[in-house]
Design a protein around this ligand. Structure first.
Ligand code: SAH
Length: 281
């Protein structure tokens, strides 16, 4: 019975091994910056400004995104915001003008970090967006991931505390992007989520291009449910159609499941999808 489920490349386990990570490194010295500028012409480059550079590449060095990094399909540079701080203590923040709780990242400190991260980067924001992760930003989605993946690179500023002085965001034409309607303590997790979603769309990162086209949020529908061995588990069976070998029937079933799931869980997506399906006049 189990033989009836076709083997699929996506079921294959990747060997686990440790990788040398030459392509993820903190940079600051001008010499490094110029070396990196040359490399910009090659792989897609992410530059992350953060108070916690040790948090990168973080989860991005695992699995597909990590392998893609090893293969040189993308690179990551982290810029330690602390290095741009003021005075002996390298202060990066101060109390909010007008009063109130918490601290705000200083415009002059963040400006110095943006300037360092701009060396060798395309100044055209359409080719190289500069993003501040922020709960006030435009919600990140698959279309934005596609847009970022089509660029030469991306600079991401991770905020902390209450946020960042507005003047430096305006001065550098920074785009604010939100991971969702909730508040994180810092932008680092949001940055990694956005990089993960973007990097997997870069050419060559996913082996099977079809899996991008069919998955949730790519074609306007949520994806159909998945099953694998064993064929019976805890009294639950795999829907028989999936074991039928009839690929026409299978794709019709999957489409129907995707539509039903989308209608039930995401009325907003379902309405948009139905609208898009209407025959054009
Ligand atoms: N006072 C701010 C929240 C600050 S949270 C406000 O009310 O809007 C501290 C940092 O976490 C922010 O500067 C931002 O970089 C990051 N952050 C928090 N929530 C986020 C979200 N939903 N998406 C992206 N970044 C977020």
């Amino acid at each position: 019975m189990s033989d009836e489920i076709p083997d699929d490349a996506s079921l294959a386990k990747a060997p686990s091994r440790s990788h040398g990570r030459l392509s993820a490194k903190p940079v600051l010295r001008p010499r490094d910056l110029f070396d990196d500028a040359r490399a910009v012409r090659g792989a897609w480059l992410a530059r992350v400004i953060t108070l916690f550079p040790q948090a990168f590449p973080g989860v991005l060095e695992q699995s597909l995104t990590g392998k893609a990094m090893d293969l040189g399909l993308w690179r990551l540079e982290s810029y330690d915001l602390r290095q741009f701080g003021i005075g002996k203590h390298r202060n990066v923040d101060d109390t909010p003008a007008g009063g109130g709780a918490g601290m705000v990242l200083r415009a002059d400190v963040v400006d110095a970090a943006f300037n360092a991260a701009s060396v060798g980067a395309n100044p055209d924001r359409a080719r190289w967006p500069v993003v501040y992760l922020s709960p006030r930003g435009k919600p990140f989605d698959q279309a934005m991931a596609r847009r970022f993946a089509a660029c030469e690179g991306l600079t991401l500023l991770c905020g902390r505390f209450e946020g960042v002085d507005q003047r430096v965001l305006d001065h550098h034409a920074v785009e604010e992007v939100s991971l969702g309607d909730f508040v994180l303590t810092g932008g680092e997790i949001a940055a990694q989520a956005i990089l993960d979603a973007t990097v997997r769309l870069l050419p060559g990162v996913l082996g099977n291009a079809e899996s991008i086209e069919e998955e949730s949020h790519s074609n306007g529908l949520l994806e159909h449910p998945h099953y694998t061995r064993p064929p019976e588990w805890e009294g639950r069976e795999i829907p028989p159609v999936l074991l039928s070998g009839d690929h026409g029937k299978i794709s019709k079933w999957r489409r129907a499941q995707a539509e039903a799931l989308t209608a039930e869980r995401r009325p907003d997506m379902w309405a948009a999808w139905q609208h898009g399906q209407k025959p054009r006049k």
